[in-house]
Ligand binder design. Structure first.
Ligand SMILES: *[C@@H]1O[C@H](CO)[C@@H](O)[C@H](O)[C@H]1NC(C)=O
Ligand SMILES: *[C@@H]1O[C@H](CO)[C@@H](O)[C@H](O)[C@H]1NC(C)=O
Length: 196
C-alpha cells in the first residue's frame, strides 16, 4: 500500500512545490482596450485601458507597440504608474496595418505583464475609431518602429537610475522580442495570456 502510493504522493508533493512560486507571483493584468479588431487612427488620440491586480507588486510598467508581421518596437510610455487605468495614445504617421499589439512590460529586464489583442491602425479617424478618454493623460507616438528611439513619454517619478534612453532601448529590444514570442506561445498553448 505504502509503496503503491509513494510515487503518486511524491509527484503531488513535487507538483505542489513547483506551483508555489507561481502562486505567489500570480496576478492578473488584462488589457481591455484596444480589444480584438479595434481600429485606431492616425491624427487621433486612441484609448488604452487595463485592469490589474492591486497587490501584484507591479507599481509601474512600460507600454510598447509592436506588429506581428514586422520586427521593431515603438516605445509608447515609460514608467506608467499602476494607479492609472488608462492613457490615450495620439498617433502621428504610423504605418497602417491590421496586426498591431500593445505590450505591457518592464522594459529594463523584458518581463512581460500583458499584451493587448490584435488591432488595426488606419490613416485617419472615421466613425469606427474610438474616442479618447477625457480623464486620461495623452502620450504622442510618431513614425515607424525604431529600436534606437526613446520612449515618447516618461511618467514621473522615475526612481531607477537608468542610463540614457538610447542604451535603455537597445538593452530592452532583445529580451522583449523573446518575451513577446513566449507570451504569444503561452497564450496559444494555455489561454494563459491574461495571467502573465
Ligand atoms: C523594472 O524593474 C526594475 C528592476 O526590478 C525597476 O527598478 C524598475 O523600476 C522597473 N521599471 C518600471 C517601469 O517599473
Ligand atoms: C473606417 O475605416 C476603416 C478602414 O478604412 C474601414 O474598415 C471602416 O469600415 C471605416 N468605417 C466607417 C464607418 O466608414
Amino acid at each position: 500500500m505504502y509503496f503503491a502510493h509513494f510515487p503518486t504522493s511524491f509527484l503531488s508533493l513535487l507538483l505542489a512545490w513547483s506551483l508555489i512560486p507561481l502562486a505567489t507571483v500570480r496576478a492578473y493584468f488584462i488589457v481591455n482596450s484596444p480589444s480584438s479588431g479595434m481600429i485606431w487612427a492616425n491624427g487621433a488620440a486612441n484609448p488604452v485601458q487595463w485592469t490589474k491586480g492591486l497587490e501584484d507588486g507591479i507599481d509601474s510598467f512600460d507600454i510598447e507597440l509592436t506588429r506581428l508581421s514586422q520586427q521593431g518596437l515603438t516605445f509608447v510610455a515609460q514608467g506608467v504608474p499602476a494607479t492609472l487605468s488608462s492613457v490615450n495614445v495620439f498617433l502621428q504617421d504610423l504605418p497602417t496595418g491590421d496586426d498591431y499589439y500593445l505590450l505591457f512590460l518592464n522594459s529594463t529586464h523584458g518581463l512581460m505583464y500583458a499584451t493587448s489583442q490584435k488591432f488595426s491602425i488606419i490613416a485617419s479617424a472615421n466613425s469606427s475609431t474610438p474616442a479618447a478618454i477625457t480623464s486620461a493623460p495623452t502620450v504622442t507616438v510618431s513614425g515607424s518602429p525604431n529600436p534606437l528611439q526613446a520612449f515618447a513619454t516618461t511618467f514621473p517619478p522615475s526612481a531607477n537610475g537608468v542610463a540614457s534612453p538610447a542604451w535603455h532601448a537597445l538593452d530592452g529590444a532583445f529580451p522583449q522580442a523573446v518575451a513577446v514570442l513566449a507570451t504569444m506561445t503561452l497564450g496559444l498553448l494555455g489561454g494563459a495570456w491574461a495571467v502573465l
